[in-house]
Design a protein. Sequence first.
Lengths: 245, 304
Amino acid sequence: MKQSAFTIIENKQLTDSILRLRLQGDTSAVTAPGQFVNVLLEGRFLRRPISVCDMEGDVLTLIYKVVGRGTEQLRAMVPGERLDLLTGLGNGYDLSAAGPNPLVIGGGVGVPPMYWLTKRLIAAGCRVTAVLGFNTADEIFYDDLFRALGAEVILTTADGSRGIRGFVTDALPGLSYSYYYACGPEPMLKAVWRAAQGSGQLSFEKRMGCGFGACMGCSCRTVTGSKRICREGPVLTKEEIRWDD
Amino acid sequence: MGRLNVTLCGIELDNPVIPASGTFGYGYEFAELYDINVLGTFSCKGTTLAPRFGNETPRITEAPAGMINAVGLQNPGVEQVIARELPRLKSVFRKPMMANVSGFSVEEYAAVCQKLDREPQVGWLEVNISCPNVHGGGMSFGTDPRQAAEVTRAVKAVTTKPVIMKLSPNVTDIAAVARACEEAGADGISLINTLMAMRIDLKTRRPILANTTGGLSGPAVFPVALRMVWQVARAVSIPVIGLGGVSSAEDVIEMMLAGATAVEIGAANLREPFICRDIIADLPRVMDRLGIDNLRDIIGGANQ
């Protein structure tokens, strides 16, 4: 983990409530797709955890959804302003398990970390299919960029306004894949965990205090004992996940 | 002695800065970030007899100038702390550490302290009778002077290490609880633990924390903590550790002026992981500006 100042080079609206932030700074602690950064905002006590969407040299891309006052404040920031970040947080995805044709599954703000993962998988020689789920056609972002990487993209929307009507799990029947990677809201992860074939890795989101393992705010039970989502996670393997309800 | 040195219950500290329990794990997470030997000492995660998962999540939410937590004393249990955490800590921290102890009965407090008493790495026992986030234990011992004294006596009977009783601010008369602990043999008092608080999600209209209530910490509580440190320091003659919202070298000095011999830093570690190291580095400069030669000279300075 590192703490350092990043300079905003872009803060661009992608949809009504989704923005892309591009930041320049010391990215040396960022080692794997699926990791996150923790962003300090003036006047807010707790940092905001945001997953890494892409990294190229000293430029980090983060995609965030405006959900409250903190992210509203972030939306108002402009290029040239600086942000204090903790970088290199969380374990990230393990690419070595992917096999020849992995499936990546992203739902809503779970889509961004799958972008860098897809890029890395394709660079490693995998044929990647990406199932990207959104609520409506208006909320879709980055599907074209996944295609530009060379992934086969399958879209789903809850209201059927584009792609398959329904959830990401409605796209799974008939697909064959060597392994899967998923990120999205917990109900989606649970549905994917039940529906997807074979093994995979799923990335979780929880309210965090510190983001680096000190406060035990984001603990969860797994079959191998208690884990901190911010430290031993956010990526858990299918086999270690335990659903308690 | 250097200008930052203080003596806490007979043990000399290089400086009065101590990361507070629950914000610093068992030390080695932070040892990856900086050399934690720069600290006065640190207080480890609250340790109980049996392992505890703690409360359900969400356990954390934000507040104006602070945060509310209801972690619920997640810890691996005292046996694992002795078998695993202390040996790991030894490789990165060569000073005496402060072992924070929690319990659900007088007997449990004593049993945990008795086990930790045998550990040479443990310098002080900080006995938490003030956790607001567990039921049937913790804070209930700290809200009644009689029970606080009972825990103090039970712990003192099983250890020769200095015993520091950590008090709850969720009481009417904190000085009375502190006096009861002193009379029962406590070697020091630390305060304040968190203030009971809650938040409600406006969309779901339900409490945000799974535990419904939690404990407020951060800069929001600093003036409350300072006032209570002031009151307790006037009421007892044993050393007082001040904590609650401390986040700068200036806050450390203010706490010491109120009567604190040493100062713990909690929530600030979670926002700024390097803050304890930075405060220690800042202290000499801030002391110069304020005309302070030695920190030990200012303890209780505002009480004179």
